[in-house]
Design a protein around this ligand. Sequence first.
Ligand SMILES: NC(=O)c1ccc[n+]([C@@H]2O[C@H](COP(=O)([O-])OP(=O)(O)OC[C@H]3O[C@@H](n4cnc5c(N)ncnc54)[C@H](O)[C@@H]3O)[C@@H](O)[C@H]2O)c1
Ligand SMILES: [Zn+2]
Length: 679
Amino acid sequence: MQKVQSNRKNEDAKKVVMLVAKLNQYRHEYYNKAKPSVSDAVYDHLFDELQKLEKKTGIILSNSPTQTVGYTPVSKLEKVRHPIPLLSLDKTKQTEELLQMAAKAPALLMLKLDGLTIKLVYENGQLVEASTRGDGDIGEVITHNIPAFYNVPTKIPHKGRLVITGEGFIHKDDFEEMRNGGFGKADKEACNVRNLASGSIRLLNPAACKERHVYFYAFNILEGMGDFGKIADSRGKLLEVVGELGFAVCPFTFLPEKVTLREIGDRIGCLKAFAEDSQIPIDGMVLRYDSLSYSGSLGRTGHHYKDGIAFKFEDDTYETVFRSIEWEPGRSGEIAPVAVFDTVEIDGCSVSRASLHNLSFIRDLELHPGCRVLVSKRNMIIPHIEENLDRGHYSKALIPKKCPCCGKTTRIFSRAGDKGRLIETLHCDNAECSSQILHKFIHFAGKKAIDISGISEATIERFIEKGFLKTFHDFYHLDRYKNEIVQMEGFGEKSYQKIVDSVEKSRNTTFARYVVAMDIPMIGRTAGRALERHFHGDLQEFAKAAVDCFDFTSLPDFGETMCRNIWTWFHDYGNLKLWKTLQKELNFKEDMIMAKKMNHTKSNPFAGCTIVVTGKLENFTRNTINDKISSIGATAGSSVTKKTNYLICGEKPGSKLTKAKELGIPVLTEQEFLDRIPA
Ligand SMILES: NC(=O)c1ccc[n+]([C@@H]2O[C@H](COP(=O)([O-])OP(=O)(O)OC[C@H]3O[C@@H](n4cnc5c(N)ncnc54)[C@H](O)[C@@H]3O)[C@@H](O)[C@H]2O)c1
Ligand SMILES: [Zn+2]
């Protein structure tokens, strides 16, 4: 029993060390590089976890993030010591906790602005220094950038020393516009509005900072308030005076005495709606006592002053227990890992599985059965494992040595990923592996390929098992097995006929569908359409070009790997035989020939052109406009390049519009485009 306990203690101590190291790595990425590798929700979860463990074990490391704020700044900017430390805020996600605090003394509820803390020092009415919070003791000097801010007074009607703190931030609509290339040459990798503010405020060049539209809202007076303090012992009143000096003040409201939970909820709702309307970025609310003397009496920790608390909006990660990995061989032979975890409810849906992408992802997360993980739904749709809360027990034994489908030995393949990282994937090289075969048939019959809509995946699987489907040709000769099929459990004349009708319908197909059905790696619908256009819907012309190693990179959005994939595919005898013989089963639609004809009509200004679309269109979805573009003998491109002939621009255009203007490419409205199409 004692042994078990000491083991557990040991485990906890190790975990404290591990969490401090991880959180410090994340802090460095967040504060110094403005490029976080995990979401704030994940960071906050790990932070809470560390706080709990520190309490439980009594172990607090000197570099623990619970004891300090920010991270030692490493930029080229000059550094400055803060005589009064600039600390962070204690946090909660429960409004009940706000209520408990508010019950003790009158308080203000303010927006929690999502930007970067800034300290402004004035001497006799003149701004003399501006700095960031840094690690709370040492910040970075950013005085040079203050004239580039939108609303900071550099001269104020005030004698003596005055030190104001507040938040530098960028409005949400400005952030979106900059990210879409509208103005400001914002770093594309700035993944959120806070990172962009942080990066912009710390730029070395004020001219570049000016383009980023940075604003400042004051939320506290650090020094010099003695003068004001005489007016009233009230933070709220003081902030009003600060406003009269020419500062924009962080929006706030006084909480009534004996405030109720419901009233707190209402106030939060109002402030939140105001921030949303004004495009002000916030990540919560801040409750702070109004009385300055009471605030001062409460003291501080190394991390925060005790006179206030931040209420952070509910995060979007959910804790659950990871159980196992399901390995699913796909049609290329790559075996995809899928995590299985205890069901969690996210946005009203039960979620219990998430893709693990590849072996490197599993190793980096140090997953092992029984560990607690944080799960989110990325973009509100795709379940994703964000973090492992119990690292340190990863073992390679988790990776199957044999294919779960055919039992043949698996192979690990390494390729270069982003930032020079190696990405490892697991493969089954057995071409006869039934899972691969099944997925190939499913792909062939799929909606984007030949589109045999009347046959389900389960039926395809049963037909393969029975030997009715050995090659794609067999789809078109199922009548050979009619007697057996109608006798099969769950089948009858009717269902047999439904399948056969659907197969017959699929015989009428197109160049692009046929190319997609052939499953050349990376050649999907968009590439298929581009090839169709380029080769005038002529399969022979395309195949000849492929065999002759035509340079496909001359087509819009075709990269070298795609080009090589086509060459490789067509230089395989088996593939070439399939390509030729299967065509005999099919009829190719004439619309391409129509398009070909249109190519030659002089009145069609778009024939042979590459057309790109940006923004929201009135009459088309992205798919239907691409079909329209194809139907008039042009190619739909996905990005603006020198090869682009026209850009169709809808509502809320993205960076493609800027790019098109830079390259001098003609821009058309949706209506202008439609007007020029010959009837
Ligand atoms: N994703 C990551 O890797 C990562 C890493 C480190 C930190 N973080 C995030 O940053 C947070 C920690 O940063 P922090 O210490 O700056 O805490 P914080 O941003 O959660 O709260 C404190 C800050 O709020 C700001 N603030 C905004 N409005 C305010 C107001 N009205 N009154 C007072 N202060 C106001 C101040 O600048 C203050 O320094 C974490 O909780 C996490 O969400 C994320
Ligand atoms: Zn296999």
